[in-house]
Design a protein around this ligand. Structure first.
Ligand SMILES: Cc1cc2nc3c(=O)[nH]c(=O)nc-3n(C[C@H](O)[C@H](O)[C@H](O)COP(=O)(O)O)c2cc1C
Length: 277
């Protein structure tokens, strides 16, 4: 693929992967791409665990699904992430950020705007939405052929110090390289983030990966090849929109927003929309 096609086509995969194992060659390319990232003083503070072990994947899937159901049922998820939710295409088009839940069972659609109220939460719980989402999530993780844990070396990763910031910065660059590589290889990738939100569940994840004291478990991802005609999960969102240049770029100082038609020969409305599914 062309470089900019890869960048524009990079996506988070919300749906299932093919059951096919990720080839050793592709696994090598993923971690090689990660190591090509920049890091402070070339410290390369990142570490990775690749696993295809079925028992490990099933166990992590259970923890992830359980965590999802609990966060939803207790309302933690909705409260914590409320500012990111959009309720219509029009709102998405105006703000050009956040996520829009456009796929949900018909019976829930009338309640879409109320999910952040106590009544809405009650309705969601009565319809068993937390359990549906938890089970969807468990299945997605369990059906993934490859998991990747991302860790940082604690001698570099010292939160609160500049070195801690640099380490996270470098790790982000390494993960982005992996993310782009999945696009080039016809693969998909998604955070398994719900266990992170429940400290005791994150500790279970650390035990599964035998994380030693000198390493910090930072993130876990599921990876695999993306089917051509992927079916969407029961409840799903879209987040393909991007801000216009004038919404995130300035010229000369923070007082003057950049023009939306920056560098365009024809009038433009900011960054190109991606066409990939
Ligand atoms: C720090 C960080 C945390 C994220 N957490 C999650 C997550 O928990 N679950 C998920 O499906 N996607 C997660 N994402 C992916 C974002 O939702 C996604 O990048 C965004 O909606 C834009 O969509 P795109 O990646 O398909 O372009 C995360 C991304 C980042 C950088």
């Amino acid at each position: 693929m062309e470089f900019f096609d890869v960048i524009r086509g990079r996506r988070t995969t919300n749906g299932p992967f093919l059951p096919d194992a990720v080839s050793p060659e592709h696994q090598r390319l993923l971690v090689e791409a990660a190591s090509a990232a920049p890091s402070h003083f070339n410290s390369q503070p990142w570490r990775f665990v690749l696993t295809e072990d079925r028992d490990t994947i099933e166990e992590i899937a259970r923890i992830s699904g359980e965590s999802m159901a609990r966060l939803m049922r207790e309302g933690t998820f909705w409260k914590r992430y409320r500012p990111y939710f959009r309720f219509s295409e029009a709102e998405m088009e105006e703000k050009r950020d956040g996520i829009f839940i456009d796929q949900m069972p018909k019976v829930l659609k009338p309640f879409r705007k109320q999910i952040f109220s106590n009544t809405g939460q009650g309705i969601m719980n009565r319809f068993g939405v937390p359990e549906t989402l938890g089970e969807d999530n468990r299945k997605l993780v369990a059906g993934s052929p490859l998991l990747l844990a991302v860790l940082l070396d604690r001698t570099e990763y010292r939160p609160g110090e500049l070195s801690g910031f640099y380490s996270v910065f470098g790790m982000g660059a390494a993960v982005e390289n992996i993310w782009l590589t999945t696009t080039a290889l016809g693969m998909g990738i998604q955070f398994i983030s719900t266990p992170m939100e429940i400290p005791e569940n994150w500790r279970r994840m650390e035990r599964i990966f035998d994380v030693p004291d000198d390493l910090a478990l930072m993130a876990v991802y599921r990876l695999g090849y993306v089917p051509k005609d992927a079916q969407r999960p029961t409840i799903d969102w879209q987040s393909r929109q991007r801000k216009r240049f004038s919404q995130y770029v300035f010229r000369d100082s923070c007082k003057s927003p950049e023009r939306d038609d920056l560098g365009a020969s024809a009038p433009s409305n900011g960054p190109q929309e991606t066409t990939n599914p």
